[in-house]
Design a protein. Sequence first.
Length: 147
Amino acid sequence: MIHILVLHGPNLNLLGSREPTIYGTTTLEEINSTLMTLGKELGASVEARQSNVEGELVTWIQDAPSQFQGLLFNPAAYTHTSIALRDAIIAVELPLVEVHLSNIHRRESFRRRSYLASVALGQISGFGPQSYVLGLRALVHALQNNS
């Protein structure tokens, strides 16, 4: 069975109430539940974690290869700032799909740069919670096909 680690970055614990016109009303718990159900359908186990602390996310990425074959990651605001997360992803050499609820390319100019996109298999943004669903499907497909 494929094991996927889903990581959620800062402020995503506030989903459902935080800026619903941008991020919608779906909670993080609902997203995680959907991903776990879909994972089972796809033959993958899914473990989800959220942190507002960059160093904790780095540690989880560094520890991931001992248990997981791939990463599904919404780095949130760290997308645009974190070289540490990028370096951790490069170091562990796990396939990564980057996801975002909003279309970061249609937002403020500072949000259009992702430090992770060039080290990811792909980036899915702008589809709300479906970005996670599409990302999980893409990651599992890539792992099953060794892409």
